[in-house]
Write a protein that binds this ligand. Structure first.
Ligand code: ADP
Length: 795
């Protein structure tokens, strides 16, 4: 029997065998190297399941080394029930050759050495060898894949739960291919349809597509509401929101929600809004009609105010004028009783006038018709003028008035009339509520840095209880408004002050202690005007040296400063004790003497002075809060100045000392000037005419505008007093005609009770030189006439 075995005795055959063996070993080594490097486990078993080969990867998968597995049955790598069933599988395969695994590969469960199990993929191949059939399995650990799968599943589950839990439906739609995913809820919302195309009309669909295109092109998220008619014919509003996936595809993912309720509410709201808009329009129409009506009423009210002011002031003018003339004894001497009665008449009339003015002013402010002027106001003059207004009453009550140092040239832009109104109100209250012998001070603080000016009126009066401080600024509120009213008043003053301050854009503060006094502070905005230093015309004086006898240091210093400005040397004494000695040694040209001195009264000193032949000729200027001009004259004082002292007072006094002829008015001189009084009211003709006549003026009377023009032409008066409201031809027309008739120079004073805003301007633009609101104080009128005529003479 021949065999294929090589003859081992044949040396060449032996070499061949040797070569073959070497090749086989090399192959084995190569195979082993491959098997050792692949990640999958490779196990070869015989048909009984005995493991014949295992690569190194088995250790990573099962925990056994290849050596441990060699000879063992492959069952040990399987958990139950496969473990027990495995012998049966092999047997069945041997008998039937129906493969469950071989050549197919499937997922099975592996059992590690440590008893744990893990998923693995098993692919088995069958090989016929000389040693019979062998099966080689390639096993791959699927733990990672399975975990990833499970995670994916969980995520999907969560997502589905979330989606099904919301009222919104989810869609994932490709705009180009039309591929779509719709959540069950989305389909439900669309009434079972899988797209909105069938549910909406063309326009709505086009709107949706346009939004989708915008979303894909610009990245603008879709947010559209469409009106969908469901297959059940039910109409629902769907809100579709979505964003592009942004992966270069035309995918849009988003949600669909039912917003029918919201939309209905929105529609209802829109309807309400449009109804509202209509109503607003309606009301606006009504309001503008009402406004027109109001404007008509308001201008009627203005007219009424103007007329009322005229009607009320005209008779008051007569009462005051006649009263003043009577008091001055123009109609014959009056006894004390008559004087007293007349004084009461005058006081009542003035009170009534103040009341009327306040009410008119408040009405004007309340109607928002108060307009403030802006004009240069000299603060010093303003203070002096306010103080002169209250001085008589302060002197009467022996109240000491003081005013802070104010720069003579301080000019601010403000409304002089209203500013004066504020200060006079505060000062009048101070005088009214300060008992005899008290003190009142007016302090001015210019604050140029803040463009503000502060005024303070402080008194040592009765004070105001703290709980009443806020109330006093309300109209008609007075602290003791009970039955036992002690102080006269209307309760309008502070209301006016506070409104005026408000109109100025300023602030008002009050600080008060009951029984000690009150301090009212106002701060007003003002722009500094151009402080053009006024040219002071100084009358020449012979005075070179003065003696000041004054116990108040501020007053003494003030006097000394004024004198120094005129190069007049001065010595200050606080009492009269050494005064006569000083007079003898110094021989001053004048003595400035206060009356209320610590050691003796000024009067007493003047008596002593007059008894001293050496110094009796030195003139005395009395400077005092006591306004006792006649007494000073009787005592032989040359001049009497009432405090607070102004530079002008001193100027005037020095001028009079040096030129005794200087007088303010010349009542006894023969009539030099002719005044034309154009006035239709008989009471006024009587009052004004008589008064002026008695002060040396020649009076012509015209009772109509026409007469006024004629008389002006024929008589060529030196000055015309023109009432602006006259029958036939009013004052405006009359002035124009007089001016046009060649008398462009004659001074004309417009006398009017109109007292409304703009009157002054109207009168001046008609050609008047000045404007004097009625009721006019006769003395002031006389002064104005005198100033105008003297001024004209000087020119
Ligand atoms: P009238 O002075 O006319 O009563 P006002 O409005 O000017 O009205 O003042 C209201 C009230 O405020 C006064 O009645 C008074 O009770 C109180 N009052 C005002 N100024 C002072 C003051 N300087 N001292 C004390 N009380 C004052």
């Amino acid at each position: 029997m021949s065999t294929s075995r090589p003859d081992t005795n044949d040396p060449s055959a032996r070499a061949e065998v040797h070569e073959l063996r070497a090749e086989i070993r090399a192959n084995e080594v190569r195979h082993q190297a491959i098997l050792d490097t692949i990640v999958d486990a490779v196990i070869t078993i015989d048909p009984e399941g005995t493991i014949l080969f295992a690569n190194v990867a088995v250790e990573r998968l099962f925990g056994y080394t290849p050596e441990e597995l060699l000879g063992a049955n492959v069952r040990i790598l399987m958990p139950e029930p496969d473990r027990s069933a495995h012998d049966g599988y092999l047997k069945k395969y041997r008998e039937t050759h129906v493969a469950k695994i071989i050549g197919i590969g499937r997922r099975v469960v592996g059992l590690r050495k440590d008893g744990s199990t893990f998923p693995l993929h098993l692919a088995v191949s069958e090989a016929k060898t000389k040693r019979g059939l062998l099966y080689t399995g390639i096993l791959r650990d699927l733990s990672e894949e399975v975990r990833a799968e499970q995670e994916l599943h969980a995520t999907k589950e969560r997502l589905e739960l979330a989606v099904s839990g919301t009222a919104e439906g989810i869609f994932d739609w490709n705009r180009v291919t039309g591929e779509r995913y719709l959540s069950a809820r989305a389909i439900e919302l669309m009434g079972g349809k899988e797209g909105i195309a069938d549910l909406v009309d063309e326009a709505e669909y086009a709107k949706f597509l346009a939004a989708a295109d915008q979303c894909l092109v610009n990245g603008t998220p879709i947010d559209v509401r469409v009106r969908a008619t469901l297959p059940t014919n039910e109409v629902r509003w769907l809100r579709i929101r979505g964003t592009g996936v942004g992966d270069g595809s035309a995918r849009i993912v988003g949600s669909i929600g039912d917003v029918t309720t919201e939309q209905s509410a929105l529609q209802a709201l829109e309807e309400m809004a449009s109804t509202l808009a209509e109503r607003v329009q309606e009301r606006t129409r009504e309001l503008s009609l009402a406004n027109e009506e109001l404007e008509r009423a308001s201008s009627a009210k203005d007219e009424f105010l103007a007329n009322m002011s005229h009607e009320l002031r005209t008779p008051l003018n007569a009462i005051l004028g006649l009263g003043e003339a009577l008091m001055e004894g123009i109609y014959g001497p009056l006894n004390a009783e008559q004087q007293r009665t007349l004084k009461t008449v005058e006081e009542s009339a003035r009170h009534l006038l103040a009341l009327i003015n306040d009410i008119l002013d408040l009405a004007k402010i309340n109607a928002g018709r108060l307009e403030l002027d802006s004009e240069p106001v000299n603060v010093f003059d303003l203070c002096a003028s306010c103080l002169s207004y209250i001085r008589p009453e302060a002197i009467h009550k022996k109240i000491y008035l003081s005013v802070s140092e104010v720069d003579r040239d301080l000019v601010v832009q403000s409304d002089a009339r209203r500013l004066k109104q504020i200060l006079i109100n505060l000062l009048s209250n101070a005088v009214k509520f300060t008992p005899v012998g008290g003190r009142i001070s007016l302090t001015v603080w210019p604050k140029p840095d803040a463009d503000e000016i502060e005024f303070q009126v402080e008194d040592t009066g009765i004070g105001i209880p703290e709980d009443k401080l806020a109330e006093i600024f309300l109209p008609f509120r007075q602290v003791d408004s009970g039955h036992s009213r002690q102080y006269e008043g209307t309760g309008l003053g502070l209301a006016l002050v506070s409104r005026l301050v408000e109109a100025f854009g300023g602030s008002l503060r009050v600080h008060s202690n009951l029984g000690t006094g009150s301090k009212f502070t106002i701060v007003l905005p003002c722009v500094d005007g151009v402080a053009e230093p006024e040219e002071v015309l100084l009358a020449p004086t012979n005075v070179r040296k003065a003696l000041i006898i004054e116990d108040s240091k501020p007053d003494a210093d003030r006097l000394q400063r004024f004198l120094k400005e005129r190069n007049i040397e001065s010595v200050i004494l606080r009492t009269t004790e050494t005064a006569l000695d000083v007079l003898r040694s110094d021989r001053p040209d004048v003595i400035l003497l206060d009356l209320l001195l610590p050691n003796e009264s000024g009067w007493r000193f003047i008596e002593r002075l007059r008894d001293d032949p050496e110094v009796c000729d030195i003139p005395v200027i009395v400077v005092s809060v006591v306004d006792e001009q006649p007494q000073s004259a009787r005592q032989g004082a040359a001049i009497h100045i009432t405090k607070p002292i102004t530079r002008e007072d001193i100027e005037r006094a020095l001028a009079r000392l040096s030129n005794p002829e200087v007088k303010e008015t010349a009542p006894d001189s023969p009539p030099k000037h002719t005044i034309l009084l154009a006035e239709d009211n008989e009471a006024n003709i009587l009052t004004i005419g008589d008064y002026l006549r008695r002060h040396g003026l020649r009076i012509l009377v015209a009772r109509t505008g026409v007469e006024a023009v004629d008389l002006a032409h024929s008589e060529k008066p030196d000055l015309i007093l023109m009432d602006m409201q006259m029958p036939q031809m009013d004052g405006f027309e009359a002035i124009k005609r007089i001016r046009a008739g060649g008398q462009s120079e004659v001074p004309i004073f417009a006398l009017t009770a109109l007292a409304m805003r703009g009157d002054r301007e109207r009168c001046l633009s008609a050609g008047a030189n000045d404007y004097i609101p009625k009721p006019v104080r006769l003395k002031d009128l006389l002064t104005a006439i005198d100033e105008r005529l003297n001024g004209r003479e000087r020119v």
